[in-house]
Design a protein around this ligand. Structure first.
Ligand SMILES: [Zn+2]
Ligand SMILES: [Zn+2]
Length: 118
């Protein structure tokens, strides 16, 4: 099942190097005009790498957030859900620098979370 071992992809008919897939859903071999659906040779790789990793990563990130949620200075901000005062204040730098800093408020009573971009 691995006629197309890696990059670049070769034509299974004549062994010619295939052009990179463009906006069409097929790649045509320039030498023998053999036609290959793009999904057939890029789909396999996408399946094995994309499906598992994000699930694993996001569950790790969620655990960290859970921990840090209620550690921080408590300010007199009124929770818009339970209407009690007292929310933990913490900031987080977003990944890209031009997005700036985001301030998070977590209610110490009901754990409702609000965020504000600064
Ligand atoms: Zn060919
Ligand atoms: Zn609340």
């Amino acid at each position: 099942m691995s006629c197309f071992g890696g990059d670049p992809n070769f034509c299974p008919e004549c062994g010619n190097v295939l052009p990179l897939p463009g906006i069409q859903d097929t790649v045509r071999c320039p030498r023998c005009s053999f036609c290959i659906p793009v999904a057939e040779f890029s789909g396999q790789k996408i399946h094995s790498t994309v499906i598992f990793n994000p699930v694993e990563q996001s569950s790790v990130v969620l655990e960290d957030e859970e921990d840090s949620e209620l550690k921080g200075p408590v300010i007199d901000r009124r929770c818009s859900r339970c209407n009690k005062e007292g929310m933990v204040y913490h900031t987080r730098q977003m990944r890209s620098a031009d997005e700036g800093q985001t301030v998070f408020f977590t209610c110490i009573h009901c754990r409702y979370q609000e965020k504000e971009d600064s």
